[in-house]
Design a protein around this ligand. Sequence first.
Ligand SMILES: [Zn+2]
Length: 219
Amino acid sequence: MDHGPRTGNRVALTFDADMTDGMLSNLRAGRVTSYANLRILDLLEREQVPATFFLTGKWVQRYPEITRRIADNPRFELANHTYGHAAFTDDCYDLPRLPVGDLTDDVAKTFEVIEPYGGRQTRYFRFPGLCHDAAALDALAPLGVTVVDGDVISGDPFATAWKPLVGAVLDHLRPGSIVIMHVTEANAAMTDEALPHILAGLRERGLAPATLSEVLAGA
Ligand SMILES: [Zn+2]
């Protein structure tokens, strides 16, 4: 899925929570303070904005209390972004490649990590870097997931200014859009600054944020 029906006025704000072994070692060594942007959660909660979080298993295990906060919010949906954000294909940015034989278990294990938190669990899945091929899709078939990419790429990873993110989102936003952002603070440091402007802009356009389920259903 890249987007929902182009009817109505709903759009889905989605936030990826990447976590790799390299990121964990950055945290342990103190090179990085946080890969969990609480200012995003504060804003979404304060303004009662629905959103969907694509969680990696390793992010959940590193931030169990923040995962609980997400799961406890009735406006937030939880989705699967693999266990350790490894690539499911060759040539997926600089991500290390998972063997094809490990793909199914990786995603199944991630559901097992997320499910105990309850809340609005889904079977939505997003590939790291959106990289997928026929073998990767075959590996997921037994799991009954819906693969979700998105049609609006904010470009927030490693951004150094917030204004380009706002433009990238608002210039491409349409009814049914799925917006891809990140909640990974140190790797997406401008997202919380861009988000209030994105919310204001979508309201000006008569659009309203909704969960991914609602957007895909054309609700
Ligand atoms: Zn990711």
